[in-house]
Write a protein of this length. Structure first.
Length: 229
């Protein structure tokens, strides 16, 4: 029995070694490359403790946008039991005043659902069925800097009727708003009208930033804004 267990452990360790490259932030298969438009990882600089230790990173997003990006990530895996347990393991530090208790609780959760960390980091896990789970750094730790810059009111004030278009809606609809309103204010109006919970807005393929004014994007009445709900 012991021999079989050792063979199984050795086999698992060998399997893990095949995926060490996924922890290299320079490797194109590293999960963080998918989010390079929003986050920049810093080589040889780290943040977090224990299993939460990751590279430091900066972001072009505001805090609200960063939080929305986290919510979007978890929403995309809401039907996965493994991802639910990974999220629960990460949330332990919010429920405990002791880092040691936090670590023990997190490890217990991962062990219970038979998820094993590769190189003792929650960034990369492997299941009993040899499924891989990569956790991007923006899910694990906060950035060292956020975008707090707001563009200037360098345009003439006007009333707008913008056209909102989405594949989830049967037809376009108009929203009355001032060009001195922020993108975030427009989002609130869209969510209220569509009864959705989250949205991202694009104009000519460019994502609109929450804290910027509509006038900064030269939006006028009749402009079509694409909403991803």
């Amino acid at each position: 029995m012991g021999v079989c267990s050792n063979k199984s452990k050795k086999s698992m360790n060998q399997y893990e070694e095949q995926y060490i490259y996924l922890l290299d932030i320079q490797h194109p298969a590293n999960v963080n490359h998918k989010y390079a438009n929003h986050f920049t990882l810093i080589q040889n600089q780290y943040t977090g403790q224990g299993i939460r230790r990751t590279h430091q990173y900066t972001t072009i997003l505001s805090r609200i946008e960063w939080e929305n990006k986290q919510n979007e990530f978890w929403d995309s895996y809401k039907d996965s039991m493994h991802w639910s347990n990974i999220r629960k393991a990460l949330s332990q530090d919010e429920e405990s005043t002791s880092h040691l208790l936090d670590l023990e609780s997190s490890l217990a959760i991962l062990a219970l659902c038979k998820l094993k960390m590769i190189r003792n980091t929650i960034q990369l896990l492997i299941s009993e069925k040899q499924e891989l789970f990569q956790v991007p750094v923006f899910i694990i730790n906060e950035p060292i800097s956020l975008n707090n810059q707001q563009l200037l009111l360098d345009f003439q004030t006007s009333q707008l009727k913008v056209r909102i278009r989405s594949s989830k809606l049967p037809q376009d609809f108009l929203i009355n708003i001032e060009n001195t309103s922020t993108v975030l204010e427009l989002k609130f109006k869209i969510l209220e009208a569509s009864k959705e919970k989250t949205c991202r807005l694009y104009l000519n393929g460019k994502e609109l930033i929450d804290q910027n004014y509509l006038g900064n994007y030269k939006i006028t009445s009749g402009t079509i804004i694409q909403a991803f709900l």
